[in-house]
Design a protein around this ligand. Structure first.
Ligand code: OGA
Ligand code: MN
Length: 300
C-alpha cells in the first residue's frame, strides 16, 4: 500500500500521489506547458526530493517547454554524445533523442530497443548529472517500461556487517560501456577492471540537499572497488548488488504518450526493459548538471 495522496503546497487543487512503497510520486493537476510560479515550483521540488522520481501524465509539452521545465532544476547539460558519435539535434542542443526508430537508414536516437540494466546516468564523470528527464513521444504497445530503484533504502537496509565492510571504500565507475552495454565511441573493451577508464567516487554518498546517505553504484558491469583484488572486489560487489536490486526498493513505470518523468540521479538507479524492434519508441531527454561531485556531501 502506497502512502495516501496529499495536496501540493502552493497550488489550488494539485496533488501528489505516491505511486509505490519504494519511490515515485505522480503530480496531478499541473499543466507543464503553462508558466509556473515560484511557489508551485518550490513545492514540486520538495516533492521530488521526497519521492525521488516525479511523474506528470497527459502533458502536451513542446520541446522548448521540456527544456524550460528541466531548467528550473538547474543548468542543463548539452546532450551527451551518442553511441554513433553524434552530438546533438539541430536547434535543441539540450535534447537527446532516445529511440529505436531508423529513418532513411539512420537511427534517429540512442539505445535502440535493447534492455538497459540498472544504472546511474554518467556516473563515470567527475560530476555526474543531478537529474535526468524523459518525455514520451511515441511508445510501443508493450515492453520498454522504465524501472527505478531507491538507493537511500538500499543503503539504510544493508546488513550491519556489510555496511561495515564498505565504509570508506571508493568505487571506480567504468566509462567504457553505455547503459545498454554498447562500447562508447572510441572505447576499447575492458580486459582488466583495475585499468579501464573511469572515475572513482565514494560507494556511500551523502545527498547534498537532503543530507541522507545513499549507495552509489553506477552500474555493475566493469565496476571495481579500489584497493581490493579483482576477486574480492567482484565478490563484494555481487553481495552489494544482490541486496540492492531487491524488488521492494523498485517501481516500474509503464509509459503512455505525454508522460514526463524526472528522476534524482544522486539517490536512484534506473533500468528499462527491451522491446520489440518492430515497434517504435521515441523519448526526448534532458539532463541537469550538478555543480558538486558525489564526494562533496561527505561529512568529516
Ligand atoms: C536514460 C535511460 C531509459 C528509457 O535516458 O538515461 O536510461 O526508458 N532511458 O529509455
Ligand atoms: Mn539512463
Amino acid at each position: 500500500m502506497s502512502e495516501a495522496p496529499y495536496p501540493l503546497d502552493g497550488t489550488s487543487g494539485a496533488q501528489v500521489v505516491p505511486v509505490s512503497d519504494a519511490l515515485g510520486g505522480e503530480i496531478r493537476g499541473i499543466d507543464l506547458s503553462r508558466d509556473m510560479g515560484d511557489a508551485t515550483f518550490v513545492a514540486i521540488h520538495r516533492a521530488w526530493l521526497r519521492h525521488l522520481v516525479l511523474l506528470f501524465r497527459d502533458q502536451d509539452l513542446s520541446t522548448a517547454g521540456q527544456v524550460a521545465f528541466s531548467r528550473r532544476f538547474g543548468d542543463l547539460d548539452l546532450a551527451p554524445v551518442d553511441e554513433y558519435g553524434r552530438k546533438h539535434r539541430e536547434g535543441f542542443p539540450e535534447i537527446l533523442v532516445v529511440s529505436n526508430v531508423v529513418e532513411d537508414g539512420e537511427p534517429i536516437g540512442s539505445l535502440g530497443a535493447l534492455e538497459s540494466k540498472w544504472h546511474t546516468d554518467m556516473s563515470y564523470d567527475e560530476r555526474p548529472p543531478r537529474a535526468s528527464c524523459l518525455l514520451s513521444v511515441k511508445i510501443p504497445a508493450t515492453g520498454g517500461n522504465t524501472g527505478f530503484l531507491n538507493m537511500y533504502e538500499a543503503y539504510e537496509t544493508l546488513p550491519p556487517a556489510l555496511a561495515g565492510r564498505i565504509r570508506g571504500l571508493t568505487l571506480k565507475h567504468d566509462a567504457t560501456y553505455n547503459s545498454v552495454g554498447l562500447l562508447r565511441e572510441g572505447a576499447a573493451p575492458v580486459t582488466d577492471v583495475t585499468a579501464s577508464p573511469g572515475t572513482s567516487h565514494p560507494i556511500v554518498r551523502t545527498h547534498p540537499e537532503t543530507g541522507r546517505k545513499a549507495l552509489f553504484l553506477g552500474r555493475r558491469n566493469a565496476a571495481y572497488i579500489n584497493g581490493l583484488s579483482v576477486e574480492d572486489s567482484e565478490a563484494l560487489l555481487d553481495e552489494i548488488w544482490a541486496h540492492t536490486t531487491h524488488d521492494r526498493f523498485t517501481w516500474h513505470h509503464q509509459w503512455r504518450v505525454g508522460d514526463l518523468l524526472i528522476w534524482d540521479n544522486r539517490c536512484t538507479m534506473h533500468r528499462r526493459d527491451g522491446f520489440d524492434t518492430r515497434s517504435q519508441r521515441i523519448m526526448h531527454r534532458t539532463q541537469i548538471m550538478d555543480d558538486r561531485p558525489p564526494s562533496s556531501g561527505e561529512m568529516p
